[in-house]
Each structure stands twice: as C-alpha cells, then as structure tokens.
Write a new protein. Structure first.
Length: 253
C-alpha cells in the first residue's frame, strides 16, 4: 500500500511539474504575449510572468523592438524612362500586438513585400534628376505610404531610407559628360567675367590718365624702376615719342 501511494505521489509530482511548465511563461521587457483561449483572442499580456491554462490557452510571442528590414534591389523605370536598380532599408515596429497577430498572417513578410512594391511604384512616378537631387523627399513619401498601409496591422513605419541607386553604364557616362560640360561652362563664364572686370578697370585707369598727364609720367617712371630690378644683362628702355619730336624740331632749325 505504501509503495502504491509513493508511486501515485511521484506521478502527481511529475504531472504537477508538467502543468507548471506549461502554464507559466516569462516574457522579456520587449515582448508581448497574445493569448488565445480555445481559439478566441483574450488580449496581450506581458512583460514578466504570466499564467496560462494548459491545453486551453495558446500564446503567440510578439517582439516590440524596432526591426531593420533590408529591401533587396528592385528594378524600376523612372518617369523619364530610365532603368534603375534601387535598394532601401525600412525601420518599423509593432505597436499593437493583437492586430499584428490577428490581422495579418506574417507581418514581417507582409511589410517586406509591401515595401518592395511601394518602392517600385514611387520611383516610377519621379524623374531621375528628382530622385538623385531630392532623396529626402522620396524617403518621406515612401515612409508616409508604408505607414498608412501597415497601420491596420498594428505596425508603425518610422523611417525609410533609399540606400543605393545603380544606373546603367551608358547613363553614367552621359552624366559624366554632362557634368564635365557644366564645369567647362562655369569656367568659361568665370574667365569671361574676369576679362570684363579687367577691361572695365583698364578703361577707368586710361580715363584717369587721360585727364591727368602727370599720372602717365609717374606710371612711366614706376615701370622703369620695376624693369631695373629684373636680373638681366640687357635693359631696353622705352623712349617717349615726345622726345623724338623735340629733337626733330631742333635739327630743322
């Protein structure tokens, strides 16, 4: 009899241990547990220690942390018919675990597929120049569209970043030629503006010297001084034509 009781007590302990293991769950701070009782949702619990009814209750763990989702490279055609390959990264998190479990089969897969199709759709509505120059605007547009479409799933899209834009080799060469031509155009414009400013200053200087002959003589003497400072064995001194006229006049007398 004693052996029978001890055996029954041992079986009871085993059943109690199994019951305890099946009924007690511990959820981390970043986790929530969506509880289904006989197939009917009764809500989300956690974090910490929660008690379940074995066999009757079923728990689905939901991670509440921000997920970094890499969108694989997508082939798209821009509005101006340029074929490009673009990849992106999406940052999102679950804000309503009940919806994330009930409203969609797999919110991670669904968000990934939705991001791919939305990326191709938005890029097809913009031109290549806008995509390259206004990437922040494109990112904001993608984030707004994705957040609106994932809201019924209890998912919040916080940010979308277009990472890399791959262009065809022919387009890269054309853009390089265009950039080079633009740099040459700017260089010519700067050189022309410099010539214009220099000619204006020379005209002003000539006008001043024309009104004051003494200024011309002082400039002539300054030029002689600068020439004398040169390290050369031969020095050519310009002779004013007025002196020759004076000598020619004295010879005729």
């Amino acid at each position: 009899m004693f052996e029978l009781l001890s055996g029954s007590f041992f079986v009871f302990l085993i059943l109690a241990g199994v019951f305890f293991i099946l009924s007690v769950k511990v959820l981390n701070e970043y986790e929530r547990g969506v509880i289904f009782r006989l197939g009917r949702i009764i809500g989300a619990k956690g974090p910490g220690l929660i008690i379940l009814i074995p066999i009757i209750d079923r728990i689905v763990r939901v991670d509440m942390r921000t997920v970094t989702l890499d969108v694989p490279p997508q082939d798209a055609i821009s509005r101006d018919n340029v074929t490009i390959k673009v990849n992106a990264v999406v940052y999102f998190r679950v804000v309503e675990p009940n919806r994330a479990v009930v409203e969609v089969e797999n919110y991670l897969l669904a968000t990934s597929k939705l991001a791919q199709t939305t990326l191709r759709s938005v890029l097809g509505q913009v031109e290549l120049d806008e995509l390259l120059a206004s990437r922040e605007s494109i990112n904001h547009r993608l984030q707004t569209i994705l957040d609106a479409q994932t809201e019924p799933w209890g998912v919040k899209v916080s940010n979308v970043e277009v990472k890399q834009i791959d262009l065809p080799v022919e387009m890269q060469r054309a853009m390089a030629r265009q950039a080079e031509a633009e740099r040459e155009r700017r260089a010519k414009i700067i050189a022309a503006e410099g010539e214009l400013q220099a000619s204006q200053k020379l005209a002003e200087a000539a006008d001043v010297m024309g009104r004051s002959p003494m200024t011309l003589q002082l400039r002539y003497l300054q030029t002689l001084k600068e020439m004398s400072n040169e390290q050369t064995s031969t020095l050519v001194v310009p002779f004013p034509i007025e002196f020759l006229k004076a000598f020619a006049g004295s010879g005729r007398e």
